[in-house]
Design a protein around this ligand. Structure first.
Ligand SMILES: Cc1cc2nc3c(=O)[nH]c(=O)nc-3n(C[C@H](O)[C@H](O)[C@H](O)COP(=O)(O)OP(=O)(O)OC[C@H]3O[C@@H](n4cnc5c(N)ncnc54)[C@H](O)[C@@H]3O)c2cc1C
Length: 260
């Protein structure tokens, strides 16, 4: 794995807070899997100094391009919005452990909040390519933030959405939706990203229904190579608490192990 200058082929604002970047990944010789991420240098100077981590949103193996969907937050992502098509962005990766999609699963559940949708979209793409039906609950501040819903529908996913602005996104409302889906759809595995509250809920319901579940964690990262220990979290293994690095041992973990 190495850092590669990749040509930006598109970098556009797609909603009030979100941007979409597409890069030419023809120089990348590693396989990329959903759940993995890349560290992007946001600019051409040392400001900001640290790279920023972004999940892979769409993988176009035939075109040899990668896509990122990003929420504009602070210095790094603001700088990223200034990159124009034709410029080169320094991309390091792929990093981290991917989601596991078992061959025998026919229907999977995706539960995402906010920019967690970006991480789960690549999984929906993979599921569609393997003939697996994805059922998704997407939660966001507003409808304006739910742009990835169309991407998921394009992959054949059944999408339900809840928003803060419509008052449909509180945990009890999502619990009712999840319980309905778990009753009606033959869900064999679940995946989540983007909200600790919703992940806790899924942890409880997955345990009750005996469904394996995976979570992609998003912690602040420094080096993303396992050296700086900025992104540690706790997991429970064999009755013991263990501290792990999200960048190295994760970002994908079995949901039942993670201390949320
Ligand atoms: C695995 C992973 C995947 C992600 N995927 C996406 C995605 O697909 N789309 C998306 O929009 N966002 C994603 N994020 C979140 C995204 O990385 C942050 O929103 C982004 O880094 C914000 O950068 P900023 O400069 O705009 O914001 P700021 O908040 O100004 O800066 C955040 C950065 O400062 C540094 N930092 C801050 N606090 C600490 C700390 N405690 N220790 C060490 N360093 C620190 C880190 O470099 C951090 O990335 C992901 C995060 C992770 C960990």
């Amino acid at each position: 794995m190495k850092s590669i200058p990749m040509k930006v082929t598109a970098n556009q604002q797609v909603s009030e807070r979100y941007w979409h970047m597409k890069v030419d990944a023809s120089e990348l010789d590693a396989e990329v899997s959903p759940g993995q991420f890349f560290q992007l240098r946001c600019g051409h100077d040392l400001n900001p100094l640290l790279r920023r981590p972004f999940s892979i949103y769409r993988i176009n193996r035939r075109e040899r391009t990668l896509e990122f969907l990003y929420l504009v937050k602070g210095a790094g992502t603001k700088r990223l919005t200034q990159m124009k098509a034709g410029e080169y962005v320094d991309v390091f990766g792929p990093l981290g452990t991917p989601f596991v999609l078992q061959d025998e699963w026919k229907t999977i559940l995706l539960l995402a909040r906010g920019v967690g949708i970006a991480t789960l979209a690549a999984l929906a793409q993979d599921a569609a390519e393997k003939g697996v039906q994805a059922v998704a609950i997407l939660s966001a501040r507003s409808r304006n933030d739910l742009l990835a819903a169309e991407t998921l529908q394009g992959f054949g996913a059944k999408v339900l959405y809840v928003t803060d602005e419509e008052g449909t996104s509180d945990v009890s409302a999502v619990r009712r939706l999840l319980e309905g889906l778990l009753r009606e759809d033959p869900i064999q595995a679940a995946f989540t990203c983007g909200s600790k509250r919703l992940s806790k809920l899924l942890q409880e319901l997955a345990a009750t229904h005996g469904i394996p579940a995976q979570i992609a964690l998003e912690e602040h990262m420094g080096c993303a190579m396992g050296v700086c220990f900025a992104c540690v979290c706790d997991v429970r293994e064999g009755g013991q608490l263990k501290t792990v690095r999200v960048c190295k041992e994760g970002p994908v973990f079995p949901l039942e192990k993670v201390v949320l």
